[in-house]
Design a protein around this ligand. Sequence first.
Ligand code: DX5
Ligand code: ZN
Length: 220
Amino acid sequence: MNKKIIAPSLLAADFANLQRDVEMVNNSKAEWHHIDIMDGVFVPNISFGMPVLKAIAKHAKKPLDVHLMIVDPDRYIKTFADMGAHTLTVHYEACTHLHRTLQAIKAEGMHAGVALNPHTNINLLEDTINDIDLVCIMSVNPGFGGQSFIQNTYDKVKDLKALITKKKSNTLIEIDGGVNDGNAKQLVTAGADVLVAGSFVFKSQNPTATIADISQIANS
Ligand code: DX5
Ligand code: ZN
C-alpha cells in the first residue's frame, strides 16, 4: 500500500501565529501543506490571497497543495506557479474548459488537481481522468472549515477509485472537509490517498500529536 498523505489545512491555523503553525506542520508527520484560496464569489467566504500565501511559502518546507475556490482560475495559474505551488487544484464547477486549464497548470510545472463539490458526480471526469494528477472530493460544501462530513463521500471515493482503475490512471484521491480520526480509516479503505484535515488538527490540544495519530490510522 502506498503511504497515505496527511495535508493539514492552514485555514484552521491561528493567522496571528501563522509562522508558528507552518513550522508545526514542517516538524510533524504531515506530508503536505493544504492552502485554501477563496474569492467570495465561487464560495461565500474570503480566506486569504497572494501576500499571505507568499508569507506561508517563505516558511513552508513541504509541498504546497493549493486548493482554489475561485471563479475563472486560469487568470492566476502562473502566479501560483511563481509562488511555488506543487499541486494546483481548480474546481470542476468553475472551469468551462477544464481540459485546457489542466494543460495550462502542467505547462507551468505543477501537478493538476480537480475538486468536485458534493453535488458533482465523479463520472463527469471520465474523459479527463488521465490528465488529472489529483481529484479532491469535497466532503463538505466548500467555503468554511469545521463543517460535518457528508456520508455519501464513501460511495463517491469508491466510484472514483473504480474509474481510476478502469482507465489505468495514476490519479490520487484527496478528501477535504470534516476529516477526523473517526472517518480516516474508512476513507482510506474506500480508496483515498490524501486526507486534508483543518479543524481536527488545529483545534486539538496537541496538533503535532493529532497529525501523528491520523497518519498512523491512515497507514495502519
Ligand atoms: C473547505 C476547505 C477545507 C477546510 C477543511 O472549503 O476546502 O480545506 O479547511 O476544514 P475542516 O477539516 O475543518 O473541515
Ligand atoms: Zn481545501
